[in-house]
Design a protein around this ligand. Structure first.
Ligand SMILES: Cc1cc2nc3c(=O)[nH]c(=O)nc-3n(C[C@H](O)[C@H](O)[C@H](O)COP(=O)(O)OP(=O)(O)OC[C@H]3O[C@@H](n4cnc5c(N)ncnc54)[C@H](O)[C@@H]3O)c2cc1C
Length: 387
């Protein structure tokens, strides 16, 4: 695949899943992102793969006016488990209580990779909570969702906007029984960089990674941390501002090429609900902020609205409506594209040569301003803990 073609592939895997002749498989390139490879010998040129591709199609735009809310889970433990305000937990519980299933992204047992999984009870759903900052494999998701809907099961599906667009156009998945929830997405980082980082940590600690939380709130919601747990129970906890992998991710150096010109960064979406962090709280809803996490929820459909109102009325979620203009200004990933910096290609070229720590040191150094800002935020946090 050429560099231009790669920019137009989000790696959702819909083409592979739809191919009636099994001619397409996904293969990782040198940056670690998966792309479709076609077996030209057996391909009959039916064109289904092109028709399903969410990056090639003219995707529909949400028809209804979008509503904006700041919300959080009333139960603190559940709120702390979520990346932002724990709204996804409440959505999952409601779906499961009605006898439905939930599909979302969980870390695999190896602790290195993320993939779509289906949960049919709260115990299984727990693995879906929290953002995984690595591109998730959709592997069997399309087939599994098709099976569930054929059985007449109602399903709540959550994922990045490109994955949701792919699922919404997949044969059999357009039906009434599916509630689609997407996230506001900064972009997805390279699975190869993440595996490399985990292996380097394992070598340093001489212990196996057993669990990864990308949004641990021990230092607060805003100063979220990457927490890695090892088989000998050792925990490595690093603020996203210091952790080398998170720095490379948040400086847009290891994102998938298609994320820099993502067509899904829009306000009107075809999902029922969009979840995000309610960043920029200072001007928006400062009175609600206790640094335990606030979700921004965007409502796009009647079904999404009914679901959300039910959770507010039952007292599981609390918060209030927000004005759209102010939300837009506060959350850059909602509509803005990350910038491809010159260092991106140098960074990937050095990925096999340097450690993740060295890469971040070389390409994602911390400015004096950042270091001062962090010191101030640490002092604030300590003062809050005392008073
Ligand atoms: C890769 C990524 C980038 C994001 N970037 C931003 C951003 O820039 N700005 C912002 O405001 N919000 C962003 N979010 C959304 C935010 O981090 C929270 O996921 C969202 O606010 C929901 O939080 P919650 O507390 O309600 O539930 P949580 O329990 O945190 O919800 C997690 C949900 O996210 C889904 N998910 C987790 N990891 C992945 C993945 N790798 N691929 C697809 N789906 C996944 C799970 O299926 C689950 O449904 C991003 C999320 C992801 C996954």
């Amino acid at each position: 695949m050429s560099a231009t073609e790669k920019k137009q592939c989000c790696g959702c895997g819909a083409c592979m899943a739809v191919c009636p002749h099994g001619c397409i498989h996904m293969e990782a390139d040198e940056e670690g992102f998966s792309y479709p490879c076609r077996d030209t010998k057996h391909c009959v040129d039916c064109g289904l793969c092109d028709q399903i591709c969410p990056m090639r199609r003219q995707n529909p735009v949400g028809e209804e006016e979008t509503g904006f809310y700041v919300l959080y889970h009333r139960e603190e433990e559940k709120r702390l488990r979520g990346s932002s305000g724990g709204v996804f937990e409440a959505l999952c519980r409601a779906a499961l209580e009605e006898g439905g299933a939930v599909a979302g992204v969980a870390m695999d047992r190896d602790g290195y990779s993320a993939s779509f999984q289906v949960a049919e009870d709260m115990e299984q759903a727990r693995r879906l909570f929290g953002s995984k900052y690595v591109q998730a494999d959709t592997n069997q998701a399309f087939a599994r969702l098709s099976e569930l809907t054929k059985e007449g099961k109602r399903v709540l599906v959550s994922g990045t906007p490109c994955q949701i667009a792919a699922m919404q156009s997949f044969p059999g998945l357009t039906n009434e029984g599916i509630t689609y929830v997407d996230v506001v997405c900064h972009g997805v980082p390279s699975p190869k960089a993440f595996v490399k980082y985990m292996k380097e940590l394992e070598a340093q600690k001489d212990s196996k990674v057993t669990e990864v939380s990308f949004r641990d709130k021990s230092f607060g919601w805003r100063n979220f941390s990457l927490k890695v747990t090892f088989s000998d129970k050792w925990e490595e906890l690093r603020s996203h501002r210091k952790d080398p992998y998170m720095r490379l991710f948040l400086r847009d150096l290891i994102l998938r090429p298609s994320c820099y010109s993502c067509p899904f960064r829009t306000i009107r979406r075809t999902s029922d609900l969009t979840l995000a962090d309610c960043w920029g709280v200072r001007g928006l809803c400062e009175d609600l902020d206790d640094d335990k996490g606030l979700s921004l929820v965007m409502v796009h459909t009647k079904r999404g609205d009914e679901l959300l109102q039910g959770l507010i009325e039952s007292g599981r979620l609390t918060g209030r409506k927000l004005s759209g203009d102010r939300v837009l200004a506060a959350n850059p990933s909602l509509t803005g594209q990350p910038v491809i910096r010159e260092e991106r290609s140098a960074c990937f070229e050095a990925l096999d040569r340097l450690t993740i720590e060295e890469l971040a040191g070389q390409y994602a150094g911390r400015s004096l301003k950042e270091q001062i800002r962090e010191k101030i935020s640490n002092v604030r946090r300590r003062l809050r803990a005392i008073f």
